[in-house]
Design a binder for this molecule. Structure first.
Ligand SMILES: [Zn+2]
Length: 309
């Protein structure tokens, strides 16, 4: 970069200098996502994310009592094709059981290896199954398992300095449940995320026609999925990053482990202590020019980097 004309440089809170971020996650990874749900994502250019029960890949779901029991789960080849178009994947435990001290290591730690072997790809995010009752043990075992984030069922906007081991999610569901019943709001959390410069991670399982739904508190109608994406774009415009959840996680970690320093010679980008598991290693650097204009550039980073700019 031409340092003579630069008055300031910084790493932007979000990729591409965007103001806020929107992601959406589908727990269980139902094969039926490949129909109209996927088409809706393609239409709006929003990447999705599936969180898989490690023992269920490519098999009918085996969680008796679940609204989605016996439904087919995505296979490795199907997940490969989703990932090829920008989707991501995370772990959702070994069997979706209630965690106890007795099963926590299998459900949280050993399941990561099982899922990585089943998919042939790195798994760095853990999405708590069932309810937040499973959260304390998820957090306790996260470091041993090697997760970079633990994603919960707390409905909140994640700020740039959020605790990635307690990432919040917003329900993208047709009907809220006990004890405060509610109906779908396409704007849920979006204006707050824009104002705070935060990250919304939607939670759902699948989008289907209203009449085909098995459980309105766990899924969204196709009509409302499209409406949600329309409102994300209406509220966000050019300011929203439509980010796949693990890419956002990776960006946050790259940003936290990188810093800019200025000297007589100019600006230098340093990267130290980047966790090994981070897959997408990029930061966006914003240069402010003498005339006040901004120039953005995505830069690849690695641990130990010392890059004069
Ligand atoms: Zn689940």
């Amino acid at each position: 970069m031409n340092v003579g004309k630069i008055t300031d440089m910084r790493i932007t809170p979000w990729r591409g200098g965007k103001r806020w971020v929107y992601s959406v996650t589908y727990d269980e990874g139902l094969q039926a996502l490949l129909g109209a749900t996927l088409e809706t994502h393609r239409k709006f250019g929003v990447p999705g994310h599936v969180s898989l029960v490690a023992a269920d890949v490519g098999r009918p779901r085996n969680v008796p009592g679940s609204s989605f029991d016996k439904m087919m789960i995505l296979s490795r080849a199907e997940i490969d094709s989703l990932c090829a178009e920008g989707w991501g994947v995370s772990n959702h435990s070994m069997t979706h059981a209630a965690f106890t001290r007795g099963n926590a290591r299998v459900e949280i730690v050993e399941s990561r290896k099982v899922l990585e072997d089943a998919l042939g790809r790195a798994i760095t995010m853990f999405i708590v199954p069932g309810s937040n009752d499973n959260y304390p043990l998820s957090r306790e075992f996260a470091a041993e398992a090697g997760y970079l984030s633990v994603v919960t069922l707390w409905d909140e906007v994640n700020l740039p300095d959020c605790d990635l081991l307690k990432t919040g999610r917003t329900p993208l569901i047709e009907e809220g449940f006990y004890p405060f019943f509610s109906v779908f709001d396409p704007y849920s959390r979006l204006c707050q995320a824009r104002d705070l410069g935060g990250w919304v991670v939607d939670y759902t399982h699948i989008a289907r026609p209203r009449e085909a739904m098995a459980s309105p508190p766990k899924e969204i109608s196709l009509e409302h999925l499209a409406q949600r994406f329309e409102k994300v774009k209406a509220v966000g415009g050019e300011e929203v990053w439509l980010g796949e959840a693990t890419e956002v996680q990776d960006y946050i970690l790259c940003r936290r482990h990188c810093r800019m320093e200025s000297s007589e010679e100019g600006w230098t980008l340093f990267c130290n202590g980047l966790p090994q598991g981070v897959q997408k290693r990029i930061v966006t650097v914003e240069a402010t020019m003498e005339d006040g204009s901004k120039v953005l550039q995505d830069l690849p980073v690695r641990d130990g980097l010392e890059l004069p700019l």
